[in-house]
Design a protein around this ligand. Structure first.
Ligand code: PMP
Length: 467
């Protein structure tokens, strides 16, 4: 009995030996293929090829009696490792964004005055009534204690009511999670939805936080690249290719940071249909919906089966520092996200939530003044940019312009660094948002005067760049 057990164990070790040697051989082959692709100037990732590889493996798996999910996991792991061997796995791009932020802080601490067109923070002040609500909630003899990780009942109900009124969608409070800003809704939404062996789809250019969260979840990331020449339009065929390869979660930023693009209604509906057909969840980050200058359709206005809707009090109510936002999804997904809140931040402070309840009572006309200000700034920025050797699309919404320089050898990171050191103007380099070395992002979260001065100095820098 014991000797046959030993024999079986030895056999397993022999099988492991064979598996590992075969994997090593597979990685060497992948490297060779990578080299050949480079020589022929072909892109490393080819989702159609991947789909065929996975399909063939699934067929074989079925034939020999392997569980389908297991086969898919193994194949995703092997493919990801092959991409790593070919040097094509995402590294994360937030350093471009937050690195610039740190540089500006450093310059300012040395007494320099910087025109900050880099940060995604509007200079709007929240209404005094919101502050009063927080002060009252803090009250002299009130104990400030932990509250529910999901958010206090009154705020979840207020959010559900607001969504019901705005989108005509019946939402239960147990479908609402109150989060530390929209950022935590994105973070917990991604971590609650994907695992090491699933796939996330990002539309380039993207807010780098999505990619960093997906990297943290160790999930495979696929990208659909969009370009200015095509009006930042999303190619449905590319989405289908990615879905064919097994996307679990697709992330949309609507209106977009950094392009300001709003996805037209018909296009959003088509994307939703594709996602529904393939059981893909859409995480729709709509924190900029308060600044929409063209007709805007939310994922909540579509027939999307599986969604995680993200919004925030930061932009709409000028409450960036309060750290309060929310997510809406199925009760099951909300529970998974709530758990992430429980084991990390515990809860959003109660007095902040009381202030948020007050913010929700502010009438739309008052709130619209922020949007009007942003619209005016977009106009001013675009007028100023028109005189420069830059191409851009006028934003439909949001608080950014994402121009592209018409120079062959333009490198936006070098440009942003030189612009900061010589002209004392900060912008975010295009590489922060994907493969966009000729673009940079201008934030309009500052005064009209700063925007004009900043763009004038960008013009000077561009002249020098060419000269
Ligand atoms: N999503 C996007 C696209 C953003 O640009 C930001 C802020 N820069 C957020 C979410 C998060 O904002 P907050 O956490 O302040 O709500």
């Amino acid at each position: 009995m014991s000797s046959s057990l030993e024999e079986d164990r030895r056999s397993i070790r022999e099988v492991d030996d064979k598996i590992l040697r075969l994997i090593k051989y597979r990685l060497e082959l992948a490297k060779k293929i990578g080299k050949r692709k480079k020589e022929r100037d072909l892109s490393t990732v080819d989702l159609r090829v991947e789909k065929n590889v996975i399909e063939e493996a699934l067929r074989l798996g079925k034939e020999i009696g392997l569980n389908e999910e297991f086969t898919e996991k193994v194949m995703n792991l092997l493919i990801s490792e092959s991409l790593r061997a070919q040097g094509r796995l995402a590294q994360g791009r937030s350093g471009y964004l937050y690195g610039m932020f740190e540089r500006v802080q450093e310059l300012e601490s040395q007494g320099e005055k910087v025109v900050k067109l880099n940060v995604g923070e509007p200079d709007f002040q929240c209404l005094p009534t919101v502050k009063t609500a927080a002060r009252e909630a803090l009250g002299e003899d009130k104990d400030i204690k932990y509250v529910s990780a999901a958010g206090i009942k009154e705020l979840r109900e207020s959010i559900a009511n607001m969504i019901r009124q705005k989108h005509g969608l019946k939402i239960n409070p147990n479908q609402v999670l109150v989060t530390l800003g929209g950022k935590f809704a994105v973070f917990s939404g991604i971590l609650a939805s994907v695992s090491e062996l699933s796939r996330v789809l990002l539309i380039e250019p993207y807010w780098p936080v999505y990619e960093e969260c997906a990297l943290l979840a160790k999930t495979r990331i696929d990208y659909v690249h969009t370009v200015l020449e095509n009006d930042w339009r999303i190619d449905f065929q590319k989405i289908e290719e990615a879905f064919d390869a097994g996307t679990k979660l697709m992330i949309l930023c609507n209106p977009s940071n950094p392009t300001g693009k709003i996805i037209p209604k018909e296009e959003l509906e088509e994307i939703v249909q594709l996602a529904n057909k393939r059981n893909v969840t859409i995480l729709s980050d709509e924190v900029y919906d308060a600044y929409a200058f063209s007709p805007f359709t939310s994922v909540l206005d579509t027939a999307c089966d599986n969604f995680i809707y993200v919004n925030s009090f930061s932009k709409k109510y000028g409450m960036t520092g309060w750290r309060v936002g929310y997510a809406i999804s199925s009760p099951q997904t909300i529970l998974r996200m709530q758990k992430i809140m429980q084991i990390s931040a515990t809860c959003v402070p109660e007095f902040v939530q009381m202030a948020a309840i007050k913010a929700l009572t502010i009438d739309e006309k008052t709130v619209a003044t922020f949007s009007e200000t942003m619209r005016r700034r977009v106009g001013i920025a675009c007028d100023a940019l028109r005189g420069l050797p830059l191409a851009f699309k006028k934003p439909d919404g949001g608080m950014y312009v994402f121009p592209e320089a018409n120079y062959e050898d333009f490198n936006s990171n070098d440009f942003a660094l030189k612009l900061l050191s010589t002209q004392k103007v900060a912008v975010a380099p295009g590489e922060a948002f994907g493969d966009y070395p000729r673009c940079f992002r201008i934030s309009l979260g500052t005064s009209e005067e700063n925007i004009k001065i900043g763009i004038e100095r960008i013009g000077k820098m561009l002249e020098k760049w060419k000269g």
